[in-house]
Write a new protein. Structure first.
Length: 611
């Protein structure tokens, strides 16, 4: 038997491992707006440091490629250098022995093709095309541009009402977003350089929970202009709110009996209780916004009727129709769309799934919403059939893990093939084809393909299809509003070409997206409509932000949100998430690095909305 030695990690290796972790955190915290040429050069140096030195393309080629990039940054390059960089990178990509070499070169190759303008700008004018005033990462990644460091500082000082006022300057749904926002703002939080991102959404919810009744700002003097908003969802109501603050007279036309759009008819109350949603809606209506419900544009009124009656019209109809999966048996009894199911639940008409086997097709947040709702409606067993891997699901990881904790089964790599129907036309099973994960597609996701395994039968009394939503655009297209591939064609969420005074934004323009993106679209539309009407109103918060602290900020764990016990919460539609305690909120808010004060992130000028 050969002799084995126990290998212990040296001090140097321990330090190197720590440096790797520090480097990973810094990459995670890389903010938007960095110079792409500088970033490429930096990454290339790291890759070159990893080379084993055995093959010339990697050992020598990466070094020469790095020298060429440095020439670009130092002003020593010509336009011919760009072609040389591309030629060298392509040669290394095709000849290096291992991934250390050919992946590094391919990164440079994709970069020189993708941002060639930046290379040319460096060579011709000695500067980068990106702005030197790099924004605060969390603010830059918030679609609505909310002053996040500002309201976190206010929470830290216990000024919760002021925090809500500051949020409302850019987002009139602080209550809803405090519960269900997907918090893209946390992705590049600079706190990642130290430990972990700030729990921004949790602090927003804490501010709302402890602020009490916060009145909306005083409206500007009446302008005499009128605006019609089609759609009472988050996008339409956001536009209505800001237009009303600007002094315009706004009327919202909503097809259903209540306002809220997908916030009411698409998100179950265990995530967003209806009374919490009403707080935001009532605050918006307190600005003087008028509402007409149960009005269908195209049936009761036409778009031109509104255009003739109002000075401007904003279309924010959202995405409320279901999409068909296109398999045999999908029209059978017992096959329902996720959109229809959530709409019924939002209308307080709870279906009875007692004792039924339910199979959900899809892997997004809507799929998780209907999955977890089915459990609460009494289903005996709930399974999710998804054609990709669980890790590829577009649903938030917390939603997926929450569904699993409540007893749901995730059947990944299972592509739906057909729905088995009995002699009475009722669905009895879903047949799926096992998949094998394959090559990365153009969107950067592994593409599944059929495996050699036989099809499988999943018993199902109910099949819920949750593969996406569509736009009800037919009436608008018939009225002359430009529609392409099912969505309304608008220019950067602003005015529609060839139809003066008619604007569109949100899901009906971009396709189904997040709530915060719909809110951002409504805010931008309000500014564009205000300009179209001949004004240039600027909304201010008039909230004094606390001064930044200068004390040390030692590494500290992130406060995560907790939930009610799974065995308890799965039996009702009550709110599942528990808010922070005062102690937790105070600690979490003091972790903020105040990027609005330190470094490139300093805000220039007052805290006003610049749309």
């Amino acid at each position: 038997m050969s002799r084995l030695n126990i290998v212990t990690q040296s001090t140097a290796q321990t330090v190197v491992e720590g440096l790797y972790r520090d480097l990973e955190r810094r990459i995670v915290a890389s903010p938007p707006g960095l110079c792409p040429v500088d970033m490429a050069a930096s990454f290339l140096k790291l890759c070159h440091a990893q080379t084993c030195g055995k093959c010339v393309p990697c050992r020598v080629g990466l070094g020469q490629l790095g020298n060429l990039l440095e020439d670009v940054l130092n002003g020593d390059a010509t336009l011919e250098t760009i072609d040389l960089i591309e030629k060298t990178a392509r040669a290394i990509t095709n000849s290096a022995d291992c991934a250390i070499g050919y992946e590094a070169a391919d990164m440079v190759l994709r970069g020189v093709i993708g941002f060639r303008d930046d290379y040319e700008e460096h060579i011709l004018h000695g500067r980068c095309t990106c702005s030197l005033n790099q924004p605060v990462p969390c603010v830059a990644l918030c679609p609505a541009g909310v002053d996040i460091p500002g309201y976190i500082a206010l929470v830290s000082e216990g000024r919760y009402a002021d925090a809500v006022r500051l949020i409302r300057k850019d987002n009139p749904f602080p209550t809803a977003c405090g519960l269900i926002c997907e918090h893209p703002c946390e992705a590049r939080c600079r706190r990642n350089m130290i430990d972990d991102s700030i729990n921004i959404r949790g602090l927003k919810r804490f501010a709302v929970d402890h602020a009490g009744d916060v009145p909306v700002p005083k409206c500007f003097p009446p302008t005499g202009k009128t605006v019609a908003v089609i759609g009472g969802g988050p996008g339409g109501l956001s536009a209505a709110y800001y237009l009303a603050l600007m002094g315009h007279k706004v009327t919202v036309y909503e097809k259903r009996s209540k306002l809220g759009g997908m916030l009411r008819y698409g998100i179950p109350s265990y995530r967003l209780p209806r009374e919490q949603l009403e707080k935001d809606i009532n605050a918006i209506l307190s600005t003087g916004v008028q509402v007409k419900t149960k009005v269908s544009i195209g049936d009761d009124l036409t778009i031109m009727d509104l255009r003739n009656q109002y000075d401007a019209v904003y279309i924010a109809i959202g995405a409320h129709t279901d999409k068909k999966i296109g398999i045999e048996g999908e029209d059978a009894r017992g096959v329902i769309s996720a959109v229809e199911m959530l709409r019924e639940i939002g209308s307080d008409r709870l279906p009875d799934f007692t004792g039924k086997n339910v199979v959900v097709i899809g892997g997004g947040n809507v799929a998780m919403d209907v999955t977890r709702s089915a459990v609460r409606l009494g289903a005996k067993k709930v399974s999710v059939a998804y054609r990709r891997r669980k890790v590829d699901m577009t649903a938030l990881p917390d939603e997926v893990e929450g569904a699993i904790a409540e007893g749901c089964e995730i059947l990944d790599l299972q592509s739906p093939r057909r729905i088995e129907v009995d002699e009475d036309g009722n669905a009895v099973a879903l047949w799926v084809k096992p998949q094998i994960i394959g090559k990365i597609d153009s969107a950067g996701r592994p593409k599944p393909t059929d495996s050699q395994e036989e099809e499988k039968r999943i018993p199902a009394d109910l099949v819920i299809v949750a593969i996406g939503q569509g736009i009800e655009s037919r009436h608008f297209q018939e009225a002359g509003v430009p529609v392409k591939r099912g969505v309304i064609e608008a220019l950067s969420w602003s005015g529609i070409e060839n139809t003066p005074g008619v604007f569109a934004g949100g899901d009906c323009v971009t396709g189904p997206a997040t709530v915060i993106r719909a809110i951002a679209a409504g805010k931008v539309a309000a500014a564009n409509i205000d300009t179209y009407l001949g004004y240039n109103h600027v909304i201010k918060s008039d909230v004094e932000i606390p001064a930044a602290r200068l004390d040390d900020r030692p590494a500290c764990g992130r406060i995560n949100m907790t939930e009610r016990d799974a065995n308890e919460r799965k039996n009702d539609f009550e709110l599942i998430e528990c808010g922070m305690t005062c102690e937790e909120a105070n600690q979490e808010s003091r972790r903020c690095l105040r990027c609005d004060h330190f470094g490139y992130g300093v805000f220039k000028g007052g805290r006003t909305t610049k749309w």
